[in-house]
Design a protein around this ligand. Structure first.
Ligand code: ADQ
Length: 461
């Protein structure tokens, strides 16, 4: 049986790595002797010439290290100052320094050479995310014809934004070297086709198949899931319930996000402030708990958002707080998973309002954590990939303070029967389309794509 080799920028570390992706792939990796390759977190002066085995763990792991210059140009630079903002529609935040693309390509070439040492004939390689786009092209140029798939965790950019890339033709060739591109939503598949339709020399078929530079690649929506049953069980064990909420205000609203400008946190705080302006009677009765651990703090855009949020929460609290009530509690650090599950369950509302998001797993975790007898209400941005699946959430435009405030009011007064009905429908979706369904679906499609004969495609441009 062919081995599964997973390649991601970040390696699941520690003797018992957890996280959705690990849970989803653990069986595949252990059953057929698979391998996970990723950054081992080390910044070194001279990188090791080959992948380094990491001891312990439920499956084989091998790590690569990075120099400081590589970390700056590849990770902080091209990946997170060019690709991340561009793929989230924030071309205003692009920081396109001259050497970023060169470093990104060089690091990817170095990683591809080390991966090549590991790959055996027939191995399937599953690459994750925007840090590693060039891997397939590099391996193809070394003569590898293994099945190679890419899953993009973030949104695919609009055709217009694709052309803000330093070299859109090169980007198209990177993607065309894969057999399968997995995207989070139908919206992303449509954007993928639009982008290729606008690239010179690319041909797109109605089923999403794209021919470019002598290769054919298929794209499809594979919405990532969570271990819904497992998360529900963890939440139920925490012993926290809605009746515990008075300790934190009569109605608790929870937000959980990495501190990232794509997550719409200033807009969320403003919408909550707007609610308190509109409805003074809610003073002392509702509070927003926002948990936002810092990420990528070396980058100016992330320092700016942190400052903006501190000012906004200070301002709103200064205006509305009373001696015994703080409207916004803003916690700037990670919280253990079990604790998070309990807090989701105690919260009357899950407020998930990104401006752009591939999927958003917090929305799914919030639903899975609810007590089915007395579930809370999910308020979800229409710009999260999850909105295509969780249609029974209250779907909002996160840019509109009125709409978000109104949805909070609706949620606070939603009858129990309606809450249960919506929760049941969403839970059904989460259980059916869980993380195992996602990884099985992607890997079967990769097998099919790698072994399918090239299809005739229509000329679009
Ligand atoms: P992220 O942008 O990181 O992921 P998300 O999908 O919400 O966004 O996942 C965040 C994860 O981190 C969740 O599992 C959440 O519980 C956890 N987390 C967040 N804050 C935390 C805190 N303070 N303490 C502990 N845990 C915390 C990217 C894409 C998403 C896509 C995922 C998976 O941007 O759109 O859904 O990958 O594909």
């Amino acid at each position: 049986m062919s081995r599964l080799v997973v390649l991601s920028n970040r390696m699941p570390l520690g003797p018992d790595p957890s996280g959705g992706l690990v849970v989803a792939l653990r069986d595949q990796l252990t059953a057929v002797g698979g391998l996970w390759i990723g950054h081992d977190g080390e910044i070194v002066e001279t990188p090791a010439p080959a992948l380094q085995p990491l001891d312990g763990g439920p499956f084989e792991r091998k790590g690569f290290d990075l120099t400081q210059a590589e970390h700056d140009g590849y990770y902080l630079g091209f990946a997170n100052s060019v690709l991340w903002p561009l793929f989230h529609g924030r071309t205003d935040l692009l920081d396109m320094q001259g050497d970023y693309l060169t470093t990104y390509r060089a690091v990817n070439r170095r990683i591809a050479r080390m991966v090549a040492e590991e790959l055996r004939p027939g191995d399937r390689l599953w690459v994750h995310d925007y840090h590693l786009f060039p891997i397939a092209m590099e391996l193809r140029s070394m003569g590898f014809d293994n099945p190679i798939g890419l899953f993009l965790h973030i949104p695919f950019p609009s055709a217009g934004d694709c052309h803000a890339l330093p070299d859109v033709g090169l980007f198209a060739r990177w993607l065309a070297a894969y057999d399968l591109i997995g995207l989070q939503s139908q919206r992303d598949v449509a954007a993928f086709r639009d982008c290729f339709a606008s690239v010179e020399g690319a041909r797109v078929a109605p089923d999403g198949t794209v021919a470019h530079g002598g290769r054919t690649v298929r794209a499809g929506a594979f919405p990532i899931g969570i271990d819904a049953a497992g998360f529900a069980a963890i939440a139920a064990q925490q012993g926290l319930d809605r009746t515990d909420a008075p300790a934190v205000g009569e109605h608790l609203i929870i937000g959980v996000d990495r501190l990232d400008y794509s997550k719409g946190l200033p807009q969320r705080f403003r919408a909550f402030g707007h609610l308190l302006d509109l409805r003074p009677d809610l003073a002392g009765k509702v509070s927003l708990l926002q948990i936002a651990p810092p990420t990528r703090g070396e980058l100016a855009a992330y320092q700016d958002i942190r400052e903006e949020l501190e000012q906004l929460s200070g301002h709103i609290n200064g205006q509305h707080a009373t001696i015994d009530w703080t409207p916004i509690r803003y916690i700037h650090r990670a919280v253990p998973r079990e604790r998070l599950a309990g807090l989701y369950r105690a919260a009357m509302i899950g407020l998930v309002t990104p401006l752009a998001d591939g999927m958003n797993l917090v929305a799914k975790e919030y639903v899975a954590a609810q007590n089915p007898e007395d579930p809370g209400v999910l308020i979800l941005s229409k710009f999260a990939g999850a909105a295509e699946q969780l249609t029974e959430a209250l779907i909002v435009n996160p840019h509109s303070p009125d709409e978000v405030a109104q949805a909070i009011v609706t949620a606070l007064s939603m009858p129990m029967g309606e809450r249960r009905k919506r929760h049941r429908a969403m839970m059904h979706t989460l259980l059916r389309h869980d993380v195992e369904w996602w990884s099985d679906g992607f890997l079967s499609a990769l097998d099919a794509a790698a072994h399918a004969p090239a299809k005739p495609v229509l000329r679009v441009v």
